[in-house]
Design a protein. Structure first.
Length: 303
């Protein structure tokens, strides 16, 4: 026979006292049932709380992901701007090297390539992670290029110091504060409409706008011609000559020595001209060359 236990329930208030007898196995079964009931209740409660927590976490992660994507987009805009600035810097450096006969640098070398990225998370493939990795790649490349260009400029500066005399006599500034209206090469004649070779560039400006010498030199020509109107020619030495046409007035005389930045005349519309502008030519070793390659400052006005 199994032992039996008496369970007595006594109410706090007056009432009937309840008493029952249970066997030991039944008591164990009741206790086991109670434990299972409490365990199931605990599991369901924990699961519900976990789902709520996970839902809130997902919402927060989505917000954070949206914020990060916005920041990455902003960084991409900055990177693109830096790339444009770097391209402008490289182009100016190329112009300087061309003008002063310095060794050119191959574009492949300017890429300053390296091996693949090694930063954490590079193998993740989420959209935000991939964008972040690409942005970091671009920033890393720009940093390498900026360091590379900085070293190039320092080296170029030292090379140019050795060419100071040539520098002083090489055209390198825009001769008038005007706007590019016609370039170098085969162009339409404004009067006949026919294609002809234009061996300089035209800079439109108000009548009387000062014209500046783009380099040191000697005035070897002051004249008036039917085509060029009032005209000045300067010999800068080292194979360079510059020509200025359609002037309103001339401020120099033949044989006069000029320095870069000296006023030599004023913009006009004399000769074969449709309106006030400066016709500007650069000749090197007796041949006309594109003057835009000899304008190393104020290039934004020639865009």
């Amino acid at each position: 026979m199994h032992k039996k236990f008496s369970l007595i329930v006594i109410p706090h208030h007056k009432g009937r006292v309840f008493e029952t007898k249970v066997s030991l196995p039944l008591l164990y079964a009741l206790l086991l049932f109670l434990v299972i009931l409490l365990s199931v209740n605990f599991y369901l409660t924990f699961s519900s709380i976990h789902k709520i927590y996970q839902g809130n976490k997902i919402v927060e992660l989505q917000k954070e992901n949206t914020y990060l994507e916005q920041k990455i987009t902003s960084f991409n805009s900055l990177v693109n701007q830096l790339k444009r600035e770097m391209n402008n810097l490289v182009q100016r450096e190329k112009n300087v090297r061309l003008v002063f006969g310095l060794p050119e640098i191959d574009d492949d070398i300017r890429e300053v390539g390296i091996g693949g990225p090694t930063y954490p998370g590079q193998n993740q493939t989420g959209p935000a992670t991939m964008k972040a990795n690409l942005t970091q790649d671009e920033l890393d490349k720009l940093l390498r290029q900026s360091k590379f260009e900085g070293e190039n400029l320092e080296q170029m500066y030292l090379q140019l110091l050795d060419k100071r005399a040539i520098l002083d006599h090489t055209p390198s500034i825009k001769p008038v504060n005007g706007y590019f209206s016609r370039g170098f090469g085969m162009k339409n004649d404004p009067f006949t409409g026919l294609m002809q070779f234009h061996q300089g560039m035209d800079l439109a400006a108000d009548r009387g706008t000062p014209i500046y010498a783009p380099a040191d030199g000697k005035v070897i020509g002051v004249s008036r011609e039917s085509g060029m109107g009032k005209k000045i020619t300067i010999d800068h030495g080292y194979g360079y000559k510059t020509v200025y046409g359609h002037l309103y007035s001339i401020k120099v005389v033949r044989g006069q020595m000029v320095k870069r930045g000296d006023v030599i005349g004023a913009v006009g519309s004399t000769g074969y001209s449709t309106g006030p502008h400066l016709h500007y030519e650069v000749h090197y070793n007796g041949k006309p060359v594109d003057p835009t390659n000899y304008v190393l400052s104020g290039m934004e006005l020639l865009d």
